[in-house]
Ligand binder design. Sequence first.
Ligand code: E4P
Length: 218
Amino acid sequence: MKLFVDTANVEEIYKAAELGVVSGVTTNPSLAAKEGISDPENYKKTVQEIAKVISGPISVEVVSIEAKDMIEEGLKIADWIDNVWVKIPSTLAGFEAIHKLSDQGINTNQTLCFSTNQAILGAQAGSTVVSPFVGRLDDIAQDGMAMVGEIVDIYRMHGIETLVMAASIRHPFHCSEAARIGADISTVPFGIIKKMAEHPLTDKGMELFLNDWFGSKK
Ligand code: E4P
């Protein structure tokens, strides 16, 4: 399973790239707004900055509602950088946009996916990747990870090539579970990547090793 970083914060992305643990980035309008980005020109500049350090896919979301507007917006976004995945919501209009954009060779990320049936529709429409939102389903007392597992099983059973990216990841356990269940990618906030690295026994072990090593020189 690959790890993507789920943020529009350029510093975090540069740091994650330095660590060598992420191979792509996902952004969305809320993440962009959090960084003070709320117009296409600034969004474009930020995405181009990100593309300087990340050679893998960078997801950029449309903010239109009608299919024709999503397609128009998606075509513009596809020109920003080489490795873009245009994020399109899981609506009827979205499926039409995914279909028409993928027919033109543009990679799409079916976002806001909350059911296996939505994932089946997106794959038929030709989406490059589907993003089932785990944490937001958990929030309403539904099993988000079970949905990821179901989508993985169905895609594999039917030889569907659309990738499965576990999204709306809230804690490190979500991440290891997504890997165990067979997701192709997990997109993870930078804070959770840091938590994935932490273990109290690692800290304690380092303290012991360093005390023994430097203590023996006194
Ligand atoms: C995915 O592509 C989304 O940007 C993201 O994972 C949403 O996560 P949230 O539910 O924490 O906002």
